[in-house]
Each structure stands twice: as structure tokens, then as C-alpha cells.
Design a protein around this ligand. Structure first.
Ligand code: PHE
Length: 342
């Protein structure tokens, strides 16, 4: 091979390169000249066969051609890419007038919303929010609340027992009363204790195996049943409006004496009224009463010095009353068609 042959090779390669219109053509060109059996490779490998006196000149020229072709092909490659991009942009033009895609916004679960309403109303009346545990000992869940072992009143709460003997999922928020009292005695307290409770019950439209409660507790000198009734009535009027009927009935709980239950009138025009209120028209939203002296003593107070009232309310039932929701099971089914309505 001579120097002329190298120059011809260069000319031919450059001409073919100029004719390449797309990446496929460029790849073929590359294989033809720079592939394992490519022409440029062949020209370079010939160096050894060139007579000594011409070898240096040939080698120099071969390398120059190689560099020239490489540079030219890189430039061409960039040019082809740019052309391809321009073509795709004009084929699928970007429509900047399209409206943006809104990001979906989350929201609070309805149970959380009603809890916050409850907190706000009691905050206005001077109650602090206090958190206690969901897993309790039988002592706190029953015994300190005036229900010793084998006391028949324990049957009022169908209980989930854990595999650790004596440890239960709390059936109500009332054991929290004892925790607060033991931390606060002998000082007065005015707190609410919200949280999840668990009962080993048949699931029905009115009852679930887990639900929220908000416990309330006020202890101090001279607190009476009138304070309890006033607090509950003020709360119910804020929650349901001043015209909603509230009914207070006498009841029984081992940890309060006397004990009451509070009902709210189910919306009159709702077709499910009878079914959800067992034909009475009323839905119970809380149990309450004056804290039993034995419970005060377990909490570290002297029942001769102080008295107190306590209540335990079901915030989900209040939401049912506000919106005539006919099935408490909807709360934990995670069905967005339900949740999005709040
Ligand atoms: N703990 C009771 C229940 O779950 C409600 C209650 C609380 C009653 C406080 C009286 C006082 O049924």
C-alpha cells in the first residue's frame, strides 16, 4: 500500500461519511473503516510490511488519516444526533398551553377530624389533652376501677387478652384516669384522654372491635353532679348545635357513683333512624358519673377532701350523628368513596 492509497482511502471515507444520514448509516460506516476487519485497521496493520525507508512516512500518514477520520466521524455523529432531536421535537411538539397536572392533596381521616373538634371544645373549657397507653394490665383496666378479679361487672367489657398473663388491650380509656391521678394527686386535674380502645365483640353496624374514646376527668374540691351535667350539656350544644336534644339517663358503672349515660337525638328525617337507634330515636354517646371514692383512693386522693366527675365518650358515634352515617364499620374499611366525603 502506498501513500497515495492512504489518501484515496481518506477521500473515500470522508465522502461516504458525508452521505450518512442517520445513526444506522454511521454505525455501518464505523464498522467498515474501524471495525476489526475494517479498512483503516488494515491500513495500519500494514506498517510492518512497508520497506524500511518508506515506513516512517507511511506510518505518519496512516496515523494522520486515522485521526482525521475519527474527528470527522465524531463531528458527524453529533450533527446526526442533533438532527434526530430536532425532528422528534417538531414531530411531537410540546404544548405549553396544557394545564398542569394537580397533585392530589391528602386529608385528615374523619375520625381524626372529629377528635380535633372534641379537643377544641374541651380546650375552651380548660381541659388538657393527656395520652395514655393502649396496652394495660388487668389491674388498671379493671381492678383500680373498682372491679376486683371475678367481679361480674368485668363482663360489661369483652376483652382481648394478650399472651402475657394479666396484660390486655384496654377496653376503654378509663384506666388512663388512674395514671393521671397518680401523677397529679393531691392537685386538682381537668383533662381529656383520647385514644383507641379494643373489644372482643361481634362486628355490627353499631359496634367495631376497635374504636376511639375520649375520657374526661375533673377532680377538685366541691365538684358536683351539676358540674358534670353543665359540662356535658355545653359540650353537646357546641358539637351538635343548641337545638339538638340531649338525654341524660341514670346508669351503672363500677367506677362512678352515681352513674349516667348520655344520648343524642338521631336526625329525624333519616330513613335509617329506627335501625340505628333500635327503634328509640336516641344514640348513646357516652357514659359518665361522679368518680367512685374507691377509685379516688386508688388514684392517691382523699375522697373526704375532693370529689370528681368522669366521662367516656365515643367520638365516632358523634360523627355518625352529625352526618347520619349508618354503619360504624365504614371508618376502618379504607374505602376512599367514604373517606373523600369528609
Ligand atoms: N369506660 C366506660 C365505658 O367504656 C365509660 C365511662 C367512662 C363511664 C367514665 C363512666 C365514667 O363504657
Amino acid at each position: 500500500m502506498s501513500l497515495d492509497a492512504l489518501t484515496d482511502l481518506e477521500k473515500q471515507a470522508l465522502a461516504e461519511l458525508a452521505a450518512c444520514a442517520d445513526e444506522a448509516a454511521l454505525r455501518a460506516w464505523n464498522t467498515k473503516y474501524f471495525g476489526d476487519k475494517g479498512l483503516m485497521k488494515a491500513a495500519l496493520s500494514k506498517i510492518g510490511t512497508i520497506p524500511k525507508e518508506q515506513r516512517a512516512a507511511y506510518g505518519q500518514e496512516a496515523n494522520r488519516v486515522k485521526v482525521a477520520l475519527t474527528t470527522a466521524s465524531e463531528a458527524k455523529q453529533a450533527q446526526v444526533k442533533e438532527a434526530a432531536l430536532a425532528a422528534s421535537l417538531s414531530a411531537n411538539p410540546l404544548d405549553v398551553t396544557l394545564p398542569g397536572r394537580p397533585r392530589p392533596r391528602g386529608r385528615l381521616h374523619p375520625a381524626t377530624q372529629i377528635l380535633r373538634q372534641v379537643y377544641a371544645i374541651f380546650a375552651d373549657m380548660g381541659f388538657q389533652v393527656y395520652r395514655t397507653r393502649e396496652v394495660e394490665t388487668e389491674q388498671y383496666n379493671f381492678e383500680y376501677l373498682n372491679m376486683p378479679e371475678h367481679h361480674p361487672a368485668r363482663d360489661m367489657w369483652d376483652t382481648f387478652f394478650t399472651t402475657t398473663p394479666g396484660v390486655v388491650l384496654r377496653t376503654h380509656t378509663s384506666p388512663g384516669q388512674i395514671h393521671v391521678m397518680r401523677e397529679s394527686a393531691p392537685n386538682p386535674v381537668r383533662v381529656i384522654l383520647p385514644g383507641m380502645c379494643y373489644r372482643y365483640e361481634a362486628i355490627t353496624p353499631r359496634s367495631e372491635i376497635q374504636f376511639y374514646q375520649v375520657e374526661g376527668l375533673a377532680i377538685g374540691e366541691g365538684i358536683t353532679m351539676a358540674d358534670l351535667k353543665g359540662t356535658i350539656t355545653a359540650f353537646a350544644h357546641r358539637m351538635f348545635g343548641p337545638d339538638r336534644k340531649v338525654r341524660i339517663r341514670s346508669s351503672y358503672f363500677p367506677f362512678t357513683e352515681p352513674s349516667i349515660e348520655v344520648d343524642i337525638d338521631w336526625p329525624k328525617d333519616d330513613p335509617n333512624r329506627d335501625r340505628l337507634t333500635k327503634g328509640t330515636g336516641w344514640l348513646e354517646i357516652m357514659g359518665a358519673g361522679m368518680v367512685h371514692p374507691t377509685v379516688l383512693r386508688h388514684g392517691g386522693y382523699d375522697p373526704d377532701q375532693v370529689t370528681g366527675f368522669a366521662f367516656g365518650m365515643g367520638p365516632q358515634r358523634m360523627l355518625m350523628l352529625q352526618h347520619a352515617i349508618d354503619d360504624i364499620r365504614l371508618f376502618w374499611q379504607n374505602d376512599l368513596r367514604f373517606l373523600r366525603q369528609f
